[in-house]
Ligand binder design. Structure first.
Ligand code: NCD
Ligand code: ZN
Length: 359
């Protein structure tokens, strides 16, 4: 027998909504429709757009589009760039955090020299979080910066055993480090990558079974947040000679995670901590009054691409059996999504989030 669960509105601190410049992949209206259909009422959008959110004019473009089109609440990251270090201070007031890319991935935003990195830590206000794409030994760089500057860092999409063990060691020393893990790294491995081809390619890449086991071993303590890294690209781009890395994830994260709860892999309270309480605290995000989601559990079905709200229209989880689905999302007292009626929240009903500063 299926039953209904009521949970808080979920928070995803890592999505790519592609505005400006990538509107053929996703935009604020479609990306936040996908968020609501997935049970998320607050999402934080990444700055690797075209142009990147590394200058005031680019951030203003994205802010205006978010105000016009968002159906749930959206915060924007500023992006660190060696060419625009001097812009950081004027971006901070309207950004929920600073994103620093230490490793190669989609888009040109990258910080590869120590002077720029130090500049970021000196210029970015202390009460605003710094999030890093920091794979492999770059994770040690991120932790070293947290220690040297005595300020919090958040490590994005941790995917390997050595990284999560290093973060556990840093936390045991009391260093102010938090981290997120994606559903694709929790539910897919390099074996799936071989099967999926470009549709299973993202940064960090899918890893080994041992890496995935380590993430699950640390899900109850070291891992702070589940974040989707929702990174839509079109099927045509994925079929091209140089497919861009990234996979969508907003609409599959909660069904997958609740299925893991049903299987006894984590407790429901832990899921709520990872997908709502912790992300809100870490990024200092505002409470959303009269906001909750209703989820049907214990009803098996197979994930399919049709019916998705993301503009890209595909998922690497097609064919995976799960046991939970979002039935209703209530945002500030209004039904924003209903499984039967669809997305009801109009563009512009979401608010642009200004972080109060990290907790
Ligand atoms: C992301 C994208 O497409 O913007 N791709 C990805 O593989 N994760 C960039 C990123 O988050 O690294
Ligand atoms: Zn990302």
């Amino acid at each position: 027998m299926s039953r209904m669960l009521r949970l808080p509105g979920l928070v995803d601190v890592h999505v790519h909504l592609r505005v400006p410049g990538g509107e053929h992949k996703e935009d604020f209206a479609t990306g936040t429709a996908a968020a609501l259909a997935g049970g998320f009422t607050q999402v934080l959008a990444m700055p690797n757009t075209s142009p990147p959110l590394a200058t005031r004019p680019a951030l203003d473009l994205a802010l205006a589009a978010a105000r016009r089109d968002a159906r749930c609440d959206v915060g924007l990251y500023a992006g660190a760039s060696p060419f625009h270090l001097d812009a950081l201070r004027e971006l901070a007031d309207d950004a929920v955090g600073l994103k620093i890319y230490l490793n190669d991935t989609f888009g040109p935003l990258r910080v590869e020299d120590l002077p720029t990195l130090l500049g970021c830590f000196r210029l970015w206000p202390r009460h605003r979080l710094i999030a890093l794409h920091a794979e492999g030994q770059s994770a040690a760089v991120a932790i070293g910066l947290a220690a040297a500057f005595g300020r919090p860092v958040h490590i994005c999409h941790v995917s390997r055993r050595e990284e999560i063990e290093l973060i556990a060691a840093a936390k045991a020393r009391g260093l102010p480090v938090t981290c997120e893990v994606t559903p694709h790294h929790l539910f897919l491995t390099e074996t799936d990558a071989a099967r999926l081809g470009p549709l299973g390619d993202m940064r960090p890449r899918l890893a080994t079974q041992a890496d995935q086991d380590a993430l699950w071993d640390h899900i109850g303590h070291t891992v702070d947040c589940i974040a989707t890294d929702h990174a839509p690209h079109t099927l045509a781009e994925k079929a091209s000679a140089a497919p861009p890395p990234g996979v969508p994830g907003l609409e599959t994260a909660l069904p997958l995670m609740l299925t893991a709860v049903a299987q006894g892999r984590l407790r429901l309270e832990r899921l709520v901590a990872l997908m709502a309480v912790n992300p809100r605290r870490i990024f200092g995000l505002p409470d959303q009054p009269d906001t909750w989601i209703e989820v049907e559990v214990d009803r098996p079905y197979v994930i399919a691409a049709d019916g998705l709200h993301t503009k890209c229209g595909w998922t690497p989880f097609a064919g995976v059996e799960v046991t939970a689905r979002v039935q209703r999302v209530v945002l500030r007292g209004q039904v924003a999504y209903d499984a039967d009626a669809g997305v009801l929240a109009p563009p512009g009903s979401g608010q642009v989030i200004r972080s109060a500063g990290h907790g």
